[in-house]
Ligand binder design. Sequence first.
Ligand SMILES: CC(C)(COP(=O)(O)OP(=O)(O)OC[C@H]1O[C@@H](n2cnc3c(N)ncnc32)[C@H](O)[C@@H]1OP(=O)(O)O)[C@@H](O)C(=O)NCCC(=O)NCCS
Length: 268
Amino acid sequence: MAGFNVNDDPTTNSGAKTGAVSTADIARAQEQIFAPGRSSRDKYQDLVVGRPGFAALAKYELVVMLCQGLAGAAGLAMRQMMYPWLLGSCGRGVVFGQNVVLRHPHKIHIGSNVVIDDNCLVDAKGDTNLGIRIGNGVFIGRNTILSCKNGDIQVADGANLGFNCEVFSASRVTIGRNVLIAAYSYIIGGDHDFSDPAKAVISQPRVSAGVTIGDGAWIGAGAKILDGVAIGDHAVVGAAALVRENVPAGTIAVGIPARVVGSRSGRA
Ligand SMILES: CC(C)(COP(=O)(O)OP(=O)(O)OC[C@H]1O[C@@H](n2cnc3c(N)ncnc32)[C@H](O)[C@@H]1OP(=O)(O)O)[C@@H](O)C(=O)NCCC(=O)NCCS
């Protein structure tokens, strides 16, 4: 499969603020799960399989039953053989750890030589989204969640996401080539409108502008990147930072809220 670089994509760049906030078309989880008049099978199929019809359900269930939880080398071999049956596309030499869960897998595209470690969730859920695209040579650490709510996530070649990270997208999140995201980081590509004080936040619309992380950037452990932020190429975000504003290319930003304190080529 061809490599993937977000800088090839004319809709992203490393310096500009991510696109305007749009109201995200996201149903509340409870509404979807407890919607009256729909069978449990229909809801499961909507949320997990993502395709209608008994054949799609049966195929998904067969793969999950036979290999999702299987331990050891046999599990790795079975998932390597069977998970591509569900995926939109999958290159060579892809390792799926134990209990890797795929949702709406036909909208998930994976390059070659990718590792998706144990207990990851790769969730391309949505009615009108394109889904998740992972380039060649990407590593996704154990327990990490890539979660779409009618948004898209793109992870370019060579990126490395540590353990226990979350990448959420209600519009578009792009992670550039050779980006390093340390453990426990959260990329928050969607938000809540809370403008009506009389209403619970959960009852107000979702909004999303997306997040862009440029090539070669390093996101320190436990950092939180809020919706609408663009991190420039080769920028560094310190451990535990809370990033609300764009971080220019080649700079170092730390703290809560994150402020630029230096540059990769010397103190600013
Ligand atoms: C951001 C980072 C790279 C800066 O390294 P550095 O350039 O050597 O930084 P310095 O030690 O010169 O610190 C510069 C200033 O920023 C502050 N600072 C550095 N890192 C900080 C952080 N994560 N949060 C808050 N402040 C931080 C320092 O206290 C110092 O402040 P001062 O000038 O008021 O004394 C580093 O501190 C960091 O957070 N690395 C991430 C480590 C990590 O998460 N590793 C996971 C493995 S992938």
